[in-house]
Design a protein around this ligand. Structure first.
Ligand code: SF4
Length: 475
């Protein structure tokens, strides 16, 4: 048992996350009378560097993400790039392995070249549908398996939220009201004002339906939801319109046609693996054949961009299994492929079944990802976004690849955190970006869908007073 103590701070979580990269929870304690004592004097990275050195000496491990425990390395690199060479700082000060620093800076350069910075006044819109046909073994999202009447009740509340928010925005600014320079960015709060508002000239850059699985809805329900959304907001400047069709068994031709009629240009089909036995093991309840059929429908109907998620490190999968899945998906014609590493979180069934799953086969997961990256590059894909998750097996990362520069703007914006996001539905977290302070303020909806329905008026009120107000109310 290793004993650690941190003096001069109550926020030990920032250091414990690094300890967990090296040691299992049963192998250490944090408290007084420790063998390893660290004095915090205002520089957390300095403490982390000393901790990293001690843990590396104790365990012989040298984790490739160095002292970084945050989930947004590319965001950090973009901030470092303002004053220094990010590659050098990441390797010298954050102890990143050269391969991780190179991947991070390559993605940053590509994002800047392809997508650029968000325009002032632009925002992303997210709409959540918290239903799936079954619950996956590793799922920690808002995903429920409910009757049709429950879905109808949810949609009614969701439409209420969308309508109310659209109206708040449409009312706009009163005639003669002067806009100061501070007020032009979305959600920016003038210094002496205690309300936040959205300016008249907001511009929705991307619209994203996620979940759950939005295509759990029927074609008719999808049609109604998209129609309501399009009526509520000005989508004339939109650059990207995505609907997650995640579970292949929910995809039908009539649903895809509805999406296309509404101008949706991206869908995702997420098999996670093309091994039948694994699909059964993780509770997906769909077949590999369903995956092939879903691709066939999407290609036949003319979907412009198909995104696919795969997971490295699923239970009982070998290196060959994973590489076969990557190869199969490339063969099916996906335009974007995101490689995830399995993250076993507290809310998942898998965590209950195997407490230490994340610490098994770490090297195997690293090899899977390394070889999959190589295969994707050989087939013309480039990495365009990256994020890390806590509790990831093997302390690795999730990387999105795209072909023909079809990078997802929404995915990039969410990770770079320099744009406001308006989120609807159970579990939706709106974020208001304050450019002058470079910070986000969150306005969360409840994640339980039943409570969301019951408290829909409060959810709307939270947006009105916490994030969006009719500026007519300003004095
Ligand atoms: S498809 Fe996604 S959201 Fe639905 S149960 Fe599986 S992991 Fe959860």
């Amino acid at each position: 048992m290793y004993r650690f103590q941190f003096k001069g701070t109550d926020n030990i979580n920032q250091f414990e996350e690094l300890i967990k990269v090296f040691l299992q929870p049963s192998e250490y304690v944090i408290g007084e009378h420790a063998d390893y004592i660290y004095e915090y004097k205002g520089d957390k990275d300095e403490v982390k560097r000393r901790l990293y050195a001690d843990l590396a000496a104790l365990t012989g491990k040298h984790p490739k993400w160095g002292i970084l425990t945050g989930i947004r390395p590319v965001k950090l690199a973009s901030e470092l790039a303002l004053t220094a060479d990010p590659y050098k700082v990441l390797t010298d000060d954050y102890y990143l392995h050269e391969s991780k620093a190179a991947l991070t800076t390559e993605i940053l350069d590509y994002q800047q070249e392809q997508i650029g910075k968000p325009q002032t006044g632009s925002l992303s819109v997210y709409i959540g549908i918290p239903f799936c046909p079954t619950r996956c073994l590793y799922c920690s999202f808002t995903s429920n398996q409910v009757s049709d009447s429950e879905i109808d009740r949810y949609l009614e509340a969701l439409h209420q939220e969308i309508d109310a928010c659209g109206e708040m925005i449409r009312k706009g600014r009163p005639a003669g009201w002067q806009v100061s320079h501070q007020c032009r960015a979305v959600g920016f709060r003038p210094k002496d004002c205690d309300v936040i508002f959205w300016p008249e000239h907001y511009q929705i850059e991307s619209l994203y339906f996620g979940g759950g699985t939005p295509t759990t809805l029927t074609a008719g329900q999808l049609d109604e939801m998209l129609t309501k959304t399009e009526k509520a907001f000005d989508l004339s400047k939109i650059r990207e319109y995505t609907v997650e069709a995640g579970r292949p068994d929910t995809i039908t031709e009539d649903k895809i046609r509805v999406l296309l009629d509404h101008g949706v240009d991206r869908i995702s089909i997420n098999p996670q693996t093309t091994k039948q036995k694994t699909l059964e093991l993780i509770g997906r309840k769909h077949t590999v054949d369903d995956v092939y059929k879903a691709f066939e429908i999407a290609v036949k109907c003319g979907v412009k961009v198909i995104n696919t998620d795969l997971i490295a490190g699923l239970p009982e999968e070998t290196h060959d299994d994973f590489m076969k899945s990557v190869s199969d998906i490339i063969g099916l014609g996906a335009d974007n492929i995101t490689l995830h590493t399995l993250a076993v979180k507290r809310a998942s069934k898998l965590k209950e079944l195997d407490e230490n799953f994340n610490y098994r086969d770490e090297l195997l997961r690293e090899e899977m990802l390394r070889d999959a990256h190589e295969m994707l590059r050989e087939h013309g894909f480039r990495p365009y976004y990256l994020y890390r998750q806590k509790h990831t097996s093997g302390n690795t990362e999730n990387t999105g690849f795209c072909k023909d520069d079809k990078a997802s703007i929404y995915n990039i914006r969410i990770m770079e955190e320099k744009q406001s996001i308006l989120a609807f539905g159970a579990g939706g977290i709106s974020k208001v970006y304050y450019p002058e302070e470079n910070r986000l303020e969150r306005i969360a909806n409840v994640s339980n869908y039943q409570i969301y329905i019951e408290r829909i008026d409060e959810m709307i009120e939270r947006k009105r007073t916490g994030g969006i107000v009719n500026v007519n109310e300003c004095t």
